[in-house]
Design a binder for this molecule. Structure first.
Ligand code: MN
Ligand code: MN
Length: 304
């Protein structure tokens, strides 16, 4: 990592921290999810940055990957536990941070335990420390409160225009994972906790997509579908996107048809919602850390 890359990671992190604070202060039950997503994503753009992925608004037993669908009528329900996961990129350098808003007194401990798990995990990050060490801390903190981590959700290394750059930071002491933190790398650490069984399964709703470009196959798209592909590719490259972002350029019918063609040709990856298998309530907190010249920076902590 060079100085310029480091500066981009820091800038993305500072913006993400401001966005998270804005979310904490402004998101309340009763607002339409699509209005929340639009204004938070516009807030990201107001700093000259772009969302690294569509704003995730995942409610109660939905652990991750919900973002409003086109014309989504849903409203943030009262008494909910809502994870807002924010991605910001500056020239492809990503900040990934999440907060859980708790509008139900029954789950305050679950939420606070998860916040503590992230804090304790981050204190341990240093070059040479094994990723499984982070998982051990996360599980210990959560278990001490009587909760479980989500075993099949994890943190990850970050790369330029890459949200999952190949390495996995587990939320339990996963002995199959040998990786260690290394200088010059960026990582997202994200404990998920639940009062349920501790596993997520894919739901049937698919609100998020990413392109998987293949020049040979793009040629087989019809002209409308190719126009959609090119519009999204020029805007996102391989970063995730939501259909609602393109409704000013294409009507919904055109988008859905294009997407189906792209699916058939293997040009798109789908990200279905992830739901706690036993219906448990899920909390999540996340920060991005960068290790640069031997020092650990929590880029998304803010306050600078
Ligand atoms: Mn995230
Ligand atoms: Mn993440």
């Amino acid at each position: 990592m060079d100085e310029r890359e480091f500066e981009c990671y820091m800038k993305a992190g500072e913006i993400a921290a401001k966005v998270r604070r804005y979310v904490e202060q402004s998101v309340k039950p009763g607002e339409k999810l699509i209005d929340i997503a639009n204004r938070v994503e516009d807030f990201i753009r107001s700093f000259g940055a772009e969302p690294a992925f569509p704003l995730n608004i995942s409610i109660n037993d939905v652990a991750a990957h919900y973002t409003p669908l086109p014309n989504d009528p849903s409203v943030l329900p009262p008494n909910s536990v809502v994870k807002i996961d924010i991605g910001v990129h500056v020239e492809g350098y990503i900040a990934d941070t999440a907060v859980t808003l708790c509008f139900n007194d029954k789950y305050v401990t679950l939420v606070e335990a998860t916040r503590e798990a992230l804090e304790r995990a981050i204190q341990r990050v240093a070059p040479g420390i094994r990723f499984s060490e982070i998982g051990k801390i996360v599980e210990e903190v959560l278990r001490s409160y009587g909760y479980r981590p989500i075993y099949n959700l994890s943190g990850h290394s970050l790369g330029r225009y890459l949200i999952h750059a190949g390495e996995t930071i587990p939320n339990f002491r996963d002995v199959r994972i040998f990786g260690r933190f290394r200088d010059g790398n960026a990582y997202a650490i994200e404990p998920f906790a639940t009062n349920g069984c501790g596993f997520v399964i894919e739901g049937s709703t698919v609100p998020i997509y990413a392109l998987k470009p293949n020049p040979k196959k793009v040629r087989d798209l019809g002209s409308e579908a190719r126009k959609v592909f090119e519009t999204v590719y020029n805007h996102r490259r391989t970063l995730p996107f939501a259909l609602r972002w393109y409704l000013t350029k294409f009507d919904l019918d055109t988008l859905v048809k294009a997407l189906n063609e792209m699916k058939r040709l293997g040009l798109v990856v789908e990200y279905p919602i992830l739901v706690e298998r036993s219906g448990g309530v899920v909390a999540q907190f996340e920060h991005t850390v960068v290790i640069y010249r031997g020092k650990v920076y929590v880029t998304t902590v803010g306050g600078g």
